[in-house]
Structure formats: structure tokens, C-alpha cells
Design a protein around this ligand. Structure first.
Ligand code: BTN
Length: 265
């Protein structure tokens, strides 16, 4: 069937991830509500760092700000990883940077594409969204007890245009290559592991993230809870905030917003 990739089978997944720092134990579902919800349940019941939840399709996949995330059966990668990082709750946004950089590196290596990161959590191929990241944290008082790092990627097909807010695409459409999901998964986990120890320090991640930032140096419009902010996208800081230079000359640090490129006049 067009748009379908080879189905994921548990023994093949376990075999492909053997010997890796992240990706054990692995829980593979043909159909689940949300892999992030399942990973949170596992984390609360003591799952170790590296535990991985995968699903062929999600019936209640979630994106940022409560949006729906669609996972067409057999055409996507939907994964959630349990992590127990040594960062403060304030630094948890670094995990979104970690995932963004790792996914870009994996896509570059496996599919030969040049992805861009749309702040804060979108993976773009040719100005269209091919993936997204959703990090959710569990706190114990002032301490980050666990984080669930959720990644959704459209591999062979994207959801239909009428069902998405931002124009969507899929990896195979943009690369013109057939992509093996297990190879891609293993590459993502390797890239996550390679950058994981840099989380506490943060600046190497910041540089790698900023190098792939979509619309860097261009005028963007950010919709925040306090209203719209228009300015030049100057970069991101070590904690993942977007730095925008306003017409007044002041630099604003945005922690949460929906950003779009200002249409040319
Ligand atoms: C976004 O674009 O706002 C983020 C989308 C994140 C989707 C992934 S798919 C795997 C994991 N499970 C979920 O319910 N969401 C994330």
C-alpha cells in the first residue's frame, strides 16, 4: 500500500537497538492512546532511564499546547523515551533542544536531507512540518524526577492537509528515498546519547540548535499569552528561549509562543 513502510516487530526492534545506551527496555504497541502517556506511567512506576515506548499508531497523540498529533498507521515514527536527566526543572527545555538536534542529525545521516528547527519544537523539511517534539516532566518537589521525551515523525506519509494547522510533509516525500524506520530510530537514539552528557552544560547544544534555527535573522511574529511580538529572530539561549530584537532595540526572551515568519510587504 502506498505510504506504508515495513511493519515494526518487537524482536527486530530489540535486535536493532541492542547495545545502545538508550532504548531499553522497549515497549512496542500496534495501537495506543499516546506513547507519552504510557511512558509517563512507566516512569512513575520506576522504569529506568532509556525505557522506550513505540507505537504504529496513536489514537490520542498529543502535541504542544494541547494540540492533536496524528500518527497515520505504519507511516510514521512515534516514540517516547524515559529520561532521568541531571538538570533543574527550569532547564528542562534543554531536552527539547537535545531532541531537535538529535533528530536533525539522524535525518541528515539516514536520509540526506537538511532539516530546520522551527522554535520551539517543530522539525521542518523545506518549510513544511515533518515532525514534532513533546517533552513532559515529572517533578518531586524542586527536583526533576523524570522527563518523557516524545518524538513524532512523518516518515512515508503526512496527515491530510485539512487535518493539520501548519503545512505538513513526510521524510520520504522530501528525500525521495525509502527510509527504514528502525535505521532512523537507531540513529536518533545514538544522536540523543551522544549529546546527552552535554545537557548540564548546555552551550554546545545551544550552538547546534541555533545553527539549524529556521528564520534566523528574519522578522518573525510571535503569538504569546500577552499578545503579539514582532522582531528579528536573533537566536536561542542555553535554556532554549527564543531571542527576538524588537524595533525599539530591546531584546525580548520568549519562553512560550507560536512563531511565524512575517509575510513580506
Ligand atoms: C508538536 O508538534 O507539538 C509535538 C508533537 C509530538 C508528537 C509525539 S508522537 C510521540 C509522542 N506521543 C505523543 O502523544 N506526542 C509525542
Amino acid at each position: 500500500m502506498p505510504g506504508m513502510t515495513a511493519p515494526l516487530h518487537a524482536p527486530a526492534v530489540v535486535h536493532a537497538l541492542a547495545g545502545r545506551r538508550l532504548g531499553h527496555p522497549v515497549y512496542l504497541f500496534q495501537r495506543i492512546g499516546s506513547t507519552n502517556d504510557e511512558a509517563k506511567r512507566l516512569a512513575v512506576s520506576g522504569a529506568p532511564e532509556g525505557a522506550l515506548v513505540l507505537a504504529e499508531t496513536q489514537t490520542a497523540g498529543r502535541g504542544r499546547a494541547g494540540r492533536t498529533w496524528l500518527t497515520p498507521p505504519g507511516a510514521a515514527l512515534a516514540l517516547s523515551l524515559v529520561l532521568r536527566p541531571n538538570v533543574t526543572p527550569r532547564q528542562a527545555a534543554r531536552l527539547t533542544m537535545l531532541a531537535g538536534v538529535a533528530v536533525c542529525e539522524a535525518l541528515e545521516a539516514v536520509a540526506g536531507v537538511r532539516p530546520a528547527l522551527k522554535w520551539p519544537n517543530d522539525i521542518l523539511l523545506g518549510e513544511r512540518k515533518a515532525g514534532g517534539i513533546l517533552v513532559e516532566s515529572g517533578l518531586a518537589g524542586e527536583r526533576l524526577e523524570y522527563a518523557v521525551l516524545g518524538i513524532g515523525l512523518n516518515v512515508s506519509a503526512a496527515p491530510p492537509p485539512e487535518q493539520v494547522e501548519f503545512p505538513a510533509t513526510a521524510l520520504e516525500v522530501e528525500s525521495g528515498r525509502v527510509v527504514d524506520r528502525l535505521t532512523l530510530l537507531a540513529a536518533i537514539l545514538d544522536a540523543l546519547a551522544a549529546h546527552y552528557d552535554g545537557l548540564a552544560e548546555g552551550t554546545a547544544l545551544q550552538a547546534a540548535w541555533q545553527a539549524r534555527l529556521a528564520w534566523l535573522g528574519q522578522t518573525v511574529v510571535a503569538r504569546t499569552a500577552a499578545g503579539e511580538v514582532t522582531g528579528l529572530a536573533e537566536g536561542v539561549d542555553a535554556d532554549g528561549a527564543l531571542l527576538v530584537r524588537l524595533a525599539s532595540g530591546e531584546q525580548q526572551r520568549l519562553l512560550a509562543a507560536d512563531v511565524r515568519l512575517r509575510p513580506s510587504r
